[in-house]
Ligand binder design. Structure first.
Ligand code: DX5
Ligand code: ZN
Length: 229
């Protein structure tokens, strides 16, 4: 399995964001998870297209996984495409026309994904899964880093994995919230291949050592290696 680790920059030091992203990628992370919150769809406010563009201008070439926790969705999609987003994922309940939004993301040159909150049913996948590059399962309620993993999401992950495999798709299955070395293997066994980790990664060490993320990314990979064998 091609596992990918996606640190959420929500827990990074925003005053040194470019350096933080460089360091976490140098330590072996695969994807930059970019949490966009609007104080409307979720009760928090974070970063927008200008910051995504700034990371690209800084030299970040890894995929940027833009997780939109905003309502409405469509207006901001072209801005993130221009700013250098790779994936753009959105919550289906935040869009009036889900199929149209998926098409908008694809036409803008990005890879679309749908995000499901812990209590949101998966029914829209029946008519969207073959158009998606990513399904993102929230294992916390969206809005904040550092929350506790909600275990019933493992059963959801098993269901989505079955749907992806039955249809022979290459759609990535990502999980977001409360993931760290203690549970990443269990999450992988449920069929997840892409792992967001915010507080576990950026909270791991803040001692000014530029290699300080090696041990946490290494610990996550060591847990994943146990699953493969
Ligand atoms: C929550 C965000 C997450 C968050 C995860 O709304 O979507 O990406 O940063 O943080 P941890 O890994 O600390 O749960
Ligand atoms: Zn996220």
């Amino acid at each position: 399995m091609d596992y990918r680790i996606a640190p959420s920059i929500l827990s990074a030091d925003f005053a040194r964001l470019g350096e933080e992203v460089d360091n976490v990628l140098a330590a072996g992370a695969d994807i930059v998870h970019f949490d966009v919150m609007d104080n409307h769809y979720v009760p928090n406010l974070t970063i927008g297209p200008l910051v995504c563009e700034a990371l690209r201008k800084h030299g970040v070439s890894a995929p940027i996984d833009v997780h939109l926790m905003v309502k409405p969705v469509d207006r901001i999609v072209p801005d993130f495409a221009k700013a250098g987003a790779s994936y753009i994922t959105f919550h289906p309940e935040a869009s009036e026309h889900i199929d149209r939004t998926i098409g908008l993301i694809r036409d803008a040159g990005c890879q679309p994904g749908l995000v499901f909150n812990p209590a949101t049913p998966l029914d829209v996948l029946e008519w969207t899964l073959d158009k998606l590059d990513m399904v993102l399962l929230m294992s916390v309620n969206p809005g904040f880093g550092g929350q506790k993993f909600i275990p019933h999401v493992l059963e959801k992950a098993r269901r989505v994995r079955r749907m992806i495999d039955e249809r022979g798709l290459a759609t990535r299955l990502e999980i977001d919230g409360g993931v760290g070395p203690a549970n990443i293997a269990e999450v992988a066994r449920a069929g997840v291949d892409t792992f967001v980790a915010g507080s576990a990664v950026f909270g791991a060490a803040r001692d000014g050592d530029p290699h300080r993320y090696d041990s946490i990314i290494g610990a996550l990979r060591a847990e994943l290696a146990k699953v493969k064998s």
